[in-house]
Design a protein around this ligand. Structure first.
Ligand code: AMP
Length: 318
């Protein structure tokens, strides 16, 4: 793995730096990209610093907007991806048209695709790594830079709840809060839902099947989404809903896509589930992963595998 100093050396060398993040972005993807871009723009006003993506921000446009980029921009450019474990997940496929590619991430390094990488799977959010980088290299920090970074940390730690959250996470959060950002506004932007989304969360609880092992799943169909007037991107708010129930240890939420295949969400309070997601065109963190299923048969198979892992976990921990 490269050091922060190695990455900074590269940044110094390039007049154009283009930042990419993952598709179906969450606050950590957009926040890490925006925070780094804003700090670099402030430090190097003479450089072109661009945020690239497929304009798939959806309800997260309050964090940042993408810049227009084209193949010309990539000539002699440095490209940096944040929060993106593998190449199929990089939003905007121009990323490989640059001169040099750097990956900054907190997912397990299953696809070391870049020329230079800084990957720390123990960090709860890519945004925490970006703050550490900014501090290590004495880069600017202010309210505009802190805003997206704080959003990413709140998002990926589940509001400072998930196990990778550490004392250092709170130090970083305190540093960001001191810039004067409105932490209540950010937390509300992340956690408030529309009435239709709340009804979809209720539907998850209604349709949920709970296995005696503590594994649970729910399927949200296109019909259900249409009935409630919720679009595909807005369904992510349902993913944490089953986890609020004490007896549920690990769960899947399956969301039907318009083409009849399924987006799969895996979440866990203990059993490691990313190796399961990897078997179904997916991956992610030990306790939070995503994948894809082509039909209901694969949906059933995925849940059977989750039950298996959860059973074993329960036996080992009883
Ligand atoms: P999600 O369930 O979509 O919120 O994703 C949970 C975590 O898994 C996030 O960190 C994603 O970056 C990661 N992830 C989701 N889908 C995939 C995929 N198809 N391949 C690799 N990682 C994924």
């Amino acid at each position: 793995m490269s050091s922060f100093d190695d990455i900074y050396e590269k940044i110094l060398q390039y007049p154009t730096i283009i930042l990419h993040r993952h598709t179906s972005p969450d606050p950590d993807a957009i926040g890490s990209q925006a925070g780094l871009a804003r700090s670099l723009s402030e430090k190097f006003p003479e450089k072109r610093i661009l945020c690239a993506g497929e304009n798939d921000e959806g309800d997260l446009a309050w964090i940042n907007h993408m810049d227009e980029v084209n193949a010309e921009d990539y000539k002699g450019a440095l490209v940096i991806t944040t929060d993106t474990a593998n190449t199929p997940r990089i939003s905007n496929k121009l990323y490989d048209q640059g001169d040099f590619l750097i990956k900054i991430d907190h997912h397990p390094d299953v696809d070391p695709y870049a020329d230079m990488s800084y990957v720390d799977p123990d960090a709860p959010a890519a945004c925490q790594i970006i703050v550490d980088f900014i501090n290590a290299e004495n880069l600017p920090m202010n309210k505009e830079i802190a805003y997206p970074l704080y959003a990413g940390i709140v998002g990926d730690t589940g509001r400072f709840m998930y196990p990778e959250t550490s004392a250092h996470t709170f130090e970083v959060a305190a540093q960001l809060a001191k810039t004067g950002i409105d932490i209540t506004e950010i937390a509300r932007n992340i956690s408030d839902v529309t009435f239709a989304q709340a009804k979809l969360q209720a539907a998850v609880l209604d349709y949920m099947t709970v296995d005696p092992s503590g594994a649970a799943y729910a399927v949200l169909t296109q019909d259900e989404l249409k009935k409630l007037g919720v679009n595909f991107e807005q369904t992510s708010v349902t993913v944490s809903t089953p986890g609020r129930i004490k007896d549920i240890i690990a769960w899947n939420v399956f969301v039907e896509k318009p083409d009849g295949t399924y987006r799969v969400h895996y979440r866990s309070k203990g059993p490691v589930i990313n190796h399961l997601a990897e078997k179904h065109d997916g991956g992610g963190h030990a306790l939070a992963s995503g994948a894809n299923a082509k039909d209901m048969d694969e949906v059933k198979q995925i849940f059977a595998e989750l039950v298996d892992v959860t059973k074993r976990y329960k036996e080992e921990n009883e």
